[in-house]
Design a protein around this ligand. Sequence first.
Ligand SMILES: NC(=O)c1ccc[n+]([C@@H]2O[C@H](COP(=O)([O-])OP(=O)(O)OC[C@H]3O[C@@H](n4cnc5c(N)ncnc54)[C@H](O)[C@@H]3O)[C@@H](O)[C@H]2O)c1
Ligand SMILES: O=P(O)(O)OC[C@H](O)CO
Length: 338
Amino acid sequence: MNISILGAGAWGTALAVQASARHDVCLWARDAAWVEQARSSRLNERYLPGVVLPQGLTPTADLAAAIEHAQGGLIIVATPMAGLRGMLKQLPDGASVLWLCKGFEAGTGLLGHEIAREVQPRLRVGILSGPSFAQEVAAGQPTALVAASADAELAQLAVDAFHSERLRVYTSCDPVGVEVGGAVKNVMAIAVGLADGLRLAAEAADDVSAAPGLNARAALITRGLAEMMRLGQALGARTETFMGLSGMGDLVLTATGDLSRNRQVGLLLAQGLSLDAILKRLGHVAEGVYSAATVLARARSKGVDMPITEAMVAVLQGQLTPQAALDLLMGRQARAEH
Ligand SMILES: NC(=O)c1ccc[n+]([C@@H]2O[C@H](COP(=O)([O-])OP(=O)(O)OC[C@H]3O[C@@H](n4cnc5c(N)ncnc54)[C@H](O)[C@@H]3O)[C@@H](O)[C@H]2O)c1
Ligand SMILES: O=P(O)(O)OC[C@H](O)CO
């Protein structure tokens, strides 16, 4: 199959490396200088250091050629959420496209499938999501993903493109649930990072008496899942999706795995670094930072209560300290669990 991956960050590059073992893969980057360098070095030192780009993978800066290459095949949009709208606008009618980004669009508050419906309704669209750190996928470490689309043939195309003995690809007919899971887990990973970071700071100060520990981590993950499900149900998702790879699976990975950029944001905020300094240090996108406020706005518009998200928005906007956010969550009125 001919596959074009649009966006040569960590995740686009990792999937391109995997797919190029069996398919003819074009990897488009907007930075022509990067393409020149990648063609000669066969490396992506900026976004995925140490991973060799196989010969079956062709880096290109020519977007029209990349789109042409995937005619009758598959286009993967691998930009952050902020780039999805611009990419979809350039794709031809009838193209088969999946995106990898996880979030709500800042400003409009839309999910990917809603953006697609708005800008290019004649595309065949879906999402590829699930618990997956780019570095592990690039290294061939076992991973399971989920391809979600209302178009079952398109989800199957994702299986044909990426399923292998190292990378399992499940299908789902619930794009709404898969997208909500991917967006909300990033915000929850910031929250868990924040709590774990407070614990580390307390250990460094040799006073862990009231610091959040493993109990707090489990509570945030579980109540985070409850928030994710409430919002998903309000937006028309299927409940069982949140028990799957793109819900609980990705929430557990991102909230507890130190490779997560969103978790790192929380850990570093708890150390007292400013958000600007953290984003510079990461050098990669942390979608939860940009979509937290839109998750909250979307939830409020549906009358959905999302207290952890609300506290994270206040921390990210500098209105609450990490400790005050935790105190606020612990001080909420008692209520029934379900
Ligand atoms: N890294 C992972 O392990 C991983 C795994 C699953 C999903 N994701 C999701 O995939 C998306 C991309 O993540 P990443 O890790 O590859 O990011 P990254 O920060 O490593 O790279 C982002 C890439 O997109 C390009 N880009 C940024 N804005 C753009 C725009 N407006 N138009 C075109 N290109 C643009 C950058 O130049 C860069 O090449 C995110 O939404 C992320 O949540 C990442
Ligand atoms: O590094 P993060 O926090 O963007 O998470 C990466 C992936 O979404 C994990 O599935």
